[in-house]
Structures are given as structure tokens and as C-alpha cells.
Design a protein around this ligand. Structure first.
Ligand code: 1CP
Length: 340
């Protein structure tokens, strides 16, 4: 066996596991004092992400400190817009901000199709993380889904509704498809470079799936996610996590991916019926559960495992950890899952 612990890869491939594997979205960051200490050594978030030594350090921290079954490379989904020609800043307590956004055909024509060379700092961070992990657990690579990336590139910042991005879909659908195609090609190049550098599995984050209706979601998001799955799943296990996309589960069930991530609004048994038995499910605890007393956390962890079952399942939250979660509660939740 290549890894001391490869339970997450076995669960993703649908092989037998002796216990449920667990990792947490946003485990690399936010809740660990150790993360904050490393972060303070960089000038700002973008510089932090671009520093492979620091990025590798915080990638490994949750494996050492929390005991998760996989590391996820510390980076951000917004490195793709930057590599394509739209740089971003991360404004403290506010979130991402783009000086230039996509509005017209000339903006989209000017976008470059990125590849691994444009993101050599992430590739380097993956190589360093693999060295530091020393085959203890697998490393997860990731990228945003094309729709979510497009949404930030049009909107220029976070948004509750992403109404500017949706306006673009209604007013200039052909142009939106041209942009989505360029983002998709860049993402495929980028993810293949992550795998070549050592990423053992890949997750696609469609954080803003839930602002689209079912038909638009198929046309403007799943169509492109499917292209990424077709290129990547022959080489590594692929997970698709689409936040608030319960309406799309049946369509996601036919993607060529191994795992589907679900949020806490979806009932595990319903998800299993819709998705069938050919895929692994991942999720879906409410991140707010980790504010509860330990006895409640334990009870809910138990219920979650009973509902999903032990096989073809990877325990996780239904979205990223919130920054004010206490580290000992996070550790307690992970230990509960591992002991059940
Ligand atoms: O101060 C800080 O440390 C900033 C917080 C932070 C962190 C820790 C941001 C800003 N990004 C990250 C790292 C990050 N981002 C990871 C690291 C690996 C991990 O531990 O999971 C990952 C996977 C992401 C992915 C990401 N970035 C997503 C998809 C997942 C999700 O949460 O839905 C999204 C939407 C982003 C954009 C982003 N980056 C950061 C913020 C605050 C946001 C969201 C902005 C918004 O509300 O629109």
C-alpha cells in the first residue's frame, strides 16, 4: 500500500472500508491558531496563497492537529480568474474583489486559457505538501466549477444573489457560453497539472449552484462540470460538490464522477435513492452543529453515519467550517466519526 492511510481513496472508489473516512471543507485555515500564525507571516491573503512554503505548511496542519484522513491543498478557487487575466484581492472581513470584470465580448476575447505553468505556485505547493505528508494520507486538489468562477468574474465580488452574473446569462447567453468554455479548458489544464504534481483526488466546488434554476443549472453549469469529470475521472477520483443544488441531484448522478458532496438541507436517505449505489456520497453536517455541546455533536454524528451507512460514504460538513468554530469541537467531531 502506497499510503499509511488510504481509506478515503477506497471509499471514493467504492471499495470496502473498516470505518468512515473524514475530512472537512475549509479545514486548511480559519479555525486553527496554527493557521493564523502562519498566515501572519504573509503580507496578505493573495501573497499567502502564492507562497508555496507557507501554503504547504497550512495544508499539512489539519492532518497533524485534527487527524483528518486527507489533506486539501491550501489555495483558493479564484486563482483561475487571475491566471486568465483577472487579478483579485481578498479584502479583510469583506471577501474577494476584482478590479476588472467581464462585461463585453472584448473582455471575454481577452481572457487567456490558463494552464499549470500559469499556476506554478500551486503546483510547487502541491509538491512540497506531498513531501511533508510523506505518504501518511492522500492529498485533495480542487478548483471552482466554471459557473461559480464565471459568477465571480462578472460580479467582481461575492454577492447574495449573483444577479449581475445571472443577468449576463439572460442577456448574452452565447457570450456566457464562450467564457464558460474558456474557464472549463483552463480548469481542465489546471487540474491535470495538480494531478501530475501529486494530487490524489479532485474536488470541484460549485458554491453558487443554488442561485440558478434547474434548467439554467444544466445548461450553464452541469454541461461544463461534465466536461471536467470526463477528462479527470479516468485518472483520479473526482468529487462534485454543488451547494444548494438538491434540485440537480438526479442530473449529477449521471456525471462521470466518483463522489457527490451534499449540504445539510438534503436528507441522506433521499440523496441515496436519487443518486443510486454507483457513487459515494460526501457530507453533510451543518457547520453550525459544531457550536453545539459535545453530547449533541456526538448524537448527530451517530445519526449521520446511520443515515448514510458505512460504505460508499465520506463524512464531511455540508459546507466549509465557520471561522469562529472552536478547535476542540472540530477535533471532537472528527474523533467521534472515526470511533463510530
Ligand atoms: O483570511 C483568510 O484566511 C481568508 C479565508 C479563506 C480561506 C482559508 C479564503 C477567502 N479562502 C480560503 C482557502 C480556501 N478557499 C480553500 C482551502 C482549502 C480548504 O481548507 O478547504 C478552499 C477549498 C477554498 C475554496 C473557495 N474559495 C470557495 C469554494 C468553497 C466554498 O466555501 O464555497 C469559494 C466560494 C472561495 C472564495 C472565497 N475565498 C475566501 C472567501 C472569504 C471566499 C468567499 C467569498 C464570498 O462570500 O463570495
Amino acid at each position: 500500500m502506497k499510503y499509511q492511510n488510504d481509506i478515503i481513496l477506497r471509499a471514493a472508489r467504492g471499495e470496502q472500508v473498516e470505518r468512515v473516512p473524514i475530512w472537512l471543507m475549509r479545514q486548511a485555515g480559519r479555525v486553527l491558531p496554527e493557521y493564523k500564525a502562519t498566515r501572519s507571516r504573509a503580507k496578505n491573503f493573495v501573497e499567502f496563497v502564492k507562497n508555496p512554503d507557507l501554503a504547504a505548511e497550512v495544508t499539512i496542519q489539519p492532518v497533524d492537529i485534527l487527524g483528518v484522513d486527507a489533506a486539501i491543498i491550501f489555495s483558493d478557487i479564484l486563482v483561475i480568474p487571475e491566471a486568465m487575466g483577472l487579478p483579485y484581492q481578498m479584502i479583510e472581513a469583506k471577501g474577494p474583489w476584482f478590479e476588472n470584470t467581464l462585461t463585453s465580448k472584448s473582455d471575454i476575447d481577452a481572457l487567456r486559457i490558463a494552464d499549470g505553468n500559469d499556476l506554478s505556485y500551486v503546483i510547487k505547493a502541491i509538491e512540497l505538501s506531498k513531501k511533508g505528508l510523506n505518504n501518511r494520507v492522500p492529498l485533495i486538489g480542487f478548483a471552482g466549477a466554471p459557473w461559480t468562477i464565471f459568477a465571480y468574474m462578472v460580479e467582481g465580488s461575492g454577492s447574495k444573489t449573483f444577479s449581475q452574473a445571472k443577468k449576463f446569462l439572460y442577456q448574452q447567453p452565447q457570450l456566457a457560453h464562450e467564457a464558460l468554455e474558456k474557464i472549463t479548458q483552463s480548469t481542465i489544464n489546471y487540474l491535470k497539472a495538480q494531478v501530475a504534481a501529486g494530487a490524489d483526488m479532485i474536488q470541484i466546488f460549485d458554491s453558487w449552484a443554488g442561485v440558478l434554476g434547474q434548467e439554467q443549472y444544466k445548461t450553464f453549469s452541469l454541461h461544463y462540470i461534465s466536461k471536467i469529470c470526463n477528462e479527470l475521472s479516468p485518472i483520479v477520483p473526482v468529487t462534485v460538490f454543488a451547494k444548494d443544488a438538491h434540485f440537480a441531484l438526479a442530473d449529477m448522478a449521471v456525471l462521470s464522477c466518483n463522489t457527490i458532496g451534499i449540504d445539510w438541507t438534503i436528507n441522506p436517505q433521499d440523496a441515496r435513492i436519487i443518486v443510486g449505489h454507483q457513487k459515494t456520497l460526501q457530507g453533510n453536517a451543518d457547520p453550525c452543529l459544531l457550536y453545539a455541546e459535545e453530547c449533541v455533536i456526538e448524537q448527530e454524528a451517530r445519526k449521520m453515519i446511520q443515515a448514510f451507512g458505512k460504505q460508499r460514504y465520506i463524512a464531511n460538513l455540508g459546507h466549509g467550517l465557520y471561522p469562529d468554530t472552536e478547535k476542540h469541537k472540530v477535533k471532537f467531531f472528527i474523533d467521534c466519526i472515526k470511533s463510530l
